[in-house]
Design a protein around this ligand. Structure first.
Ligand SMILES: Cc1ncc(COP(=O)(O)O)c(C=O)c1O
Ligand SMILES: N[C@@H](CCOP(=O)(O)O)C(=O)O
Length: 463
């Protein structure tokens, strides 16, 4: 399996190299040159298998021998043994045909653990084999950061630098990152927003001279391995509800678009998906693009679903690449236009996207209303991100005969302030985090300036 860039100008890479990198050298994102196809028999055979076994089977074609089967199977088994639920990502039936896919049973209580527990192990495996060290730089609006730190804190071969927007993540999110005092973990609170942090990480990939030759690796969903691992739970949930004999639909709280793009890939690999619903908070660029072809930036708004406070959505580029028939030049031109002024998609690609995708945007007031309403109807307390999905699923669903699976992307205790505003104070953190609010914290506050961040990384990295 080779991986090619969405901008068509960077060299193709194999799996090991694609995991050990970030952006492609032409500024694009890596995608597989061809997608594996799962036959109806293969999908049917996955139903009833453990999550780890489904994960092994779905990811094996992407790994393509870069790790021998026995070792990879063991890495995957270890990865999902860190989850607190036996089913890893249990399906919770809300009503006759609407399900929540609970993705928050990993160590840091958000869907990011599914991929980042694996990525940490893959990085250690490949770096140990090469006898190399690496620097990781990641940007977070709150959840990727803690999941990446948790996934890499024990990695012998990496130093990890996570940039979060100062005072714009929840207290639990911040403490989950800043209370990890391992010598290879560095938290930086940026005086800016997530987009500023992500732009600095991307700029660092574009010009790595500041690291004097040390390898720079991404943990954000620009790293292909993140998408690969997220594809698994779409397949697992689909086959559990009767695919491939029947279709399934998914609604995904979305921002950087890595999660729902993984669902799109699952559909391209043979899972019969009827609808993919994009749920956004008030930062609604994805919704505006799909619903009214308005691909333009607006000022970032701070919302009750802060992990989705993102304007420039990295992985949308991967979807555009597919919608434009894998034409790297068209993607370069479109994104160059978008970086300067409001843009629009061409008619044919937009029509292709609308065959599968629909979208809805949910403001803060509605998030609170949905948390209350869902609790009354189902007994569940949703986190504010999942609440956007719950409402979007109801609004966008085209038929009730197809099971609708809404992705529950975080545990409500991570967003205690928002959940309390909806009337549910005191949602408990799980036992392993019971003393989180008393733990010592360590982080540095820096201006949103590339040179300041790069100096910090250069001065603190250990190898
Ligand atoms: C809890 C939560 N829900 C939803 C999202 C959106 O996911 P994505 O960025 O993959 O679209 C994020 C982070 O991005 C998140 O942390
Ligand atoms: N919501 C994310 C933002 C980064 O997204 P990623 O999937 O590209 O890592 C976060 O919690 O940090």
């Amino acid at each position: 399996m080779r991986y090619i860039s969405t901008r068509g100008q960077a060299p193709a890479l194999g799996f090991e190299d694609v995991v050990l990198t970030g952006l492609a050298s032409d500024g694009g994102l890596y995608v597989p040159e061809t997608l594996p196809q799962f036959s109806a028999e293969e999908l049917t055979a996955m139903a009833g298998e453990s999550y780890a076994e489904i994960a092994f089977r779905v990811m094996k074609p992407f790994v393509d021998g870069a790790i021998d089967d026995e070792t990879f199977r063991e890495l995957v088994r270890e990865t999902y043994a860190t989850f607190s639920h036996d089913a890893v990502v249990p399906l919770n039936q809300l009503d006759s045909n609407h399900y929540l896919l609970e993705l928050f049973h990993g160590p840091t209580l958000a869907f990011k653990d599914v991929a980042l527990q694996l990525l940490g192990r893959l990085l250690d495996h490949f770096l140990a084999k090469r006898g190399e060290r690496a620097v990781i730089m990641g940007a977070t609006s709150g959840d990727t950061g803690s999941a990446a730190i948790e996934g890499c804190r024990a990695c012998d071969h990496v130093d990890i630098f996570i940039l979060h927007p100062h005072n714009r993540v929840s207290e639990v999110q911040r403490r989950q990152m800043t209370s990890v005092l391992a010598p290879n973990v560095f938290n930086v609170a940026i005086e800016g927003n997530f987009d500023d942090a992500q732009a600095m990480v991307k700029a660092s990939f574009a010009d790595q001279d500041f690291l004097d030759g040390t390898r720079l690796v991404a943990v954000n969903s620009i790293n292909w391995a993140r998408i690969m691992a997220q594809t698994v739970y779409y397949v697992a949930a689909g086959v559990a509800l009767g695919a491939p004999a029947r279709q399934v639909s998914f609604t995904v709280p979305s921002a950087n678009f890595g999660n729902i793009f993984a669902g799109y890939l699952a559909s391209r690999m043979g899972l019969p998906v009827r609808q993919l619903v994009i749920a956004t908070n008030a930062n609604d660029i994805l919704h505006r693009t799909i619903s009214s072809n308005d691909f333009s930036r607006q000022e970032l708004k701070a919302t009750l679903a802060p992990s989705m406070d993102i304007v420039v959505s990295s992985n949308f580029e991967r979807l555009l690449f597919e919608a434009y028939g894998r034409d790297g030049q068209a993607i370069r031109e479109l994104l160059e236009h978008f970086s300067r002024e409001p843009a629009a998609l061409a008619d044919a690609p937009l029509a292709r996207l609308r065959e599968l995708f629909s979208s809805h945007s949910v403001d803060d007031e509605t998030i609170l209303e949905v948390i209350r309403e869902a609790h009354q109807r189902t007994g569940e307390i949703l986190d504010p991100h999942t609440a956007t999905g719950y409402r979007a699923a109801e609004v966008c669903r085209t038929d009730t005969a197809t099971p609708m699976i809404t992705l529950a992307t975080a545990h409500p205790a991570k967003f205690a302030e928002a959940v309390a505003r909806a009337g549910f104070a005191g949602v408990d953190l799980p036992p392993h985090l019971h003393d989180l609010l008393e733990r010592e914290e360590r982080y540095s506050v820096l201006p949103a300036e590339l040179a300041a961040v790069q100096d910090f990384v250069r001065e603190n990295r250990r190898g």
